[in-house]
Write a protein that binds this ligand. Structure first.
Ligand SMILES: C[S@@+](CC[C@H](N)C(=O)[O-])C[C@H]1O[C@@H](n2cnc3c(N)ncnc32)[C@H](O)[C@@H]1O
Length: 288
């Protein structure tokens, strides 16, 4: 793992922005704020309710709820990792609202709350880091009241444009070997980042017991012209703490010299040329 990615709070504050220009950072912050608003809007929160932001990180959703409802709701910031809760506590210290806020260190697959405690459970880009989504949904179902709501936003990484789709077969050596390897690691059932689809989330939620489930997919297509450094970052920046980079994934198949040569050839083939990349995201609402 590289030195820039030690734990989740560092990743959320620094690593995820490390390769971006100031303009891209601002675009990402705007995008995160729009997701926060979308999730909170579909949650249809009412005064007096008990809400939790699971896998809260630096509290995107939790602080969004606090901004809107202040102390008129009980809000729980919950994460598997203490450093994320510490980050939220620091932010909270700068706000005026202190009452009705709780912190809970808990894995989303084994939530330390009694059953039927919450009105609303929310997550943003958390399931994508949880290998067993079914277990997480069963726990969320257990701790929600009857009629309670689970709302979430998740990227469906398995549907992202693949590198081999951007390349002409004759633009890199051993194109078909790299294509086969990429297809394989992008469909690895043990990799939490890619072991799910919109359909499997829908199935898992019904299986957990939710009766009214909506998984709305938004396909975003963007065109841009990456330079050589940006292309290198595709291969060398970790997608999350403890997760292999794309280069490391290829190293499971090929020697380093061959992978480095592939990266250099991708840089030559694509740098400063327009590429079209698409990705799917899901806005999820499920009622118990
Ligand atoms: C991409 S971050 C998202 C953080 C935050 N929800 C946001 O919207 O900015 C993923 C978060 O999931 C948390 N996480 C990962 N695995 C988890 C698990 N099994 N249980 C609870 N939280 C988890 C991480 O600690 C991290 O805070």
């Amino acid at each position: 793992m590289t030195g820039v990615c030690k734990n989740w709070s560092t990743w959320l504050k620094k690593t995820r922005f490390s390769y971006m220009t100031q303009e891209q950072v601002q675009q990402t912050i705007n995008w995160l704020n729009s997701i926060k608003d979308a999730v909170i809007n579909i949650a249809d929160i009412k005064d007096g309710q008990k809400i939790a932001d699971f896998g809260c990180g630096s509290g995107l959703l939790g602080f969004g709820v606090l901004e809107k409802f202040e102390d008129r709701v009980e809000i729980i910031f919950s994460d598997k990792f203490e450093d994320c809760l510490d980050e939220c506590k620091k932010i909270l210290n700068e706000l005026k609202i202190k009452s009705n806020v709780k912190f809970l260190q808990s894995d989303i697959t084994k939530i330390n709350l009694k059953k039927e405690y919450l009105d609303t459970a929310m997550t943003r880009s958390v399931l994508v880091h949880v290998p067993d989504k079914q277990k997480a949904f069963s726990e969320l179902f257990r701790i929600l009241k009857k009629g309670g709501c689970y709302c979430a936003f998740e990227p469906i990484i398995s549907q992202n444009t693949r590198y081999y789709e951007l390349l002409a077969p004759d633009s890199v050596s051993d194109y078909f070997e790299f294509k086969k390897a990429e297809k394989e690691f992008m469909e690895n059932p043990l990799d939490p980042l890619v072991n799910f689809s919109a359909q499997s989330l829908d199935d898992n939620l019904y299986e957990a017991g939710f009766y009214d489930v909506t998984v709305n997919i938004n396909k975003v297509t963007s065109k841009y012209s990456p330079n050589k450094d940006a292309i290198k970052n595709w291969f060398t920046l970790p997608p999350a703490p403890g997760q292999k980079t794309v280069k490391e994934r290829f190293l499971d198949y090929f020697e380093e010299k061959k992978v480095d040569n592939f990266i250099a050839e991708v840089q030559n083939a694509l740098s400063d040329k327009e590429v079209t990349i698409s990705s799917d995201t899901a806005l999820i609402k499920a009622i118990k």
